[in-house]
Design a protein around this ligand. Structure first.
Ligand code: ZN
Length: 242
């Protein structure tokens, strides 16, 4: 059984379509799990929500989804992110907002030993970032499943903890080892921030976890953002992947 895990589309339709095309072309069909942040930053929030709904069997809420529906305080957002949230609030329908408002922030698949959360197992709705080995160590003790998939930082990584508590980091793939547990940041489809502008997503098939990077038509997305009047900083960062 294959699972496909996507996160942080952020209204970037070109990136989402490129990822779905890669899945259709190169991989057998499997359940798609979406870890949140359908919207915020990008120019096609409504269309992205529609496609994510169509493709995914589980959909979580991220902090931007919650910000758009008014359930998360935006005072800690930087001014660019806040401007994008306000723009998104104006263009989304009440139905889209009600849908975002209905989403959970985490999900458990007990039989498969999978835990899904947008931010971190620690206090999912506080929107912490998992960035250091210590953060990983702490969070491994806050879920019971074998594998936890996360998004939120837009920085893909596979973190392995062996039975002795030793932590190993893999960049883009790992063959699962007996007795080990994993936290996988699947990266961002629509706004990568690890210096690589290609869209990011993860595949998992019981034996192996892989993070794939997919180029997409960044210029088209940037042109739409310009026409929408979204902040220049958000437009430029897409081509740098920062
Ligand atoms: Zn995000």
């Amino acid at each position: 059984m294959q699972f496909i895990i996507l996160s942080d589309v952020h209204g970037n339709l070109e990136a989402l379509m490129a990822v779905l095309e890669d899945i259709r072309t190169h991989h057998e069909k499997g359940d798609v799990f979406f870890l949140g942040d359908s919207v915020g930053y990008g120019p096609d929030p409504s269309e992205c929500i529609r496609i994510i709904k169509e493709e995914s069997s589980i959909i979580l809420a991220g902090n931007h989804d919650r910000a758009v529906t008014g359930r998360t305080d935006v005072s800690y957002f930087n001014p660019y992110a806040r401007a994008a949230v306000e723009w998104t609030q104006e263009v989304l329908s009440d139905e889209d907002k009600a849908f975002l408002d209905s989403l959970p922030v985490s999900a458990r698949l007990k039989d498969q030993g999978i835990y899904l959360v947008h931010s971190t197992p620690k206090e999912p709705e506080q929107w912490h970032y998992l960035l250091t080995t210590w953060d990983a160590y702490v969070n491994f003790h806050l879920f019971d499943e074998r594998i936890c998939f996360i998004g939120h930082s837009h920085q893909p990584v596979i973190i392995e903890m062996d039975p002795k508590g030793e932590i190993l980091i893999y960049r883009d793939r790992v063959e699962l080892r007996d007795g080990c547990r994993y936290i996988v940041n699947v990266g961002s489809v629509g706004q990568p921030r690890d210096g690589n502008p290609d869209a990011s997503y993860a595949l998992f098939d019981d034996r192996r976890i892989e993070i794939k990077r997919i180029p997409y038509d960044i210029v088209s997305t940037q042109e739409k953002m310009k026409r929408a009047g979204l902040p220049g900083y958000l437009i430029e960062r897409l081509s740098k992947g920062l």
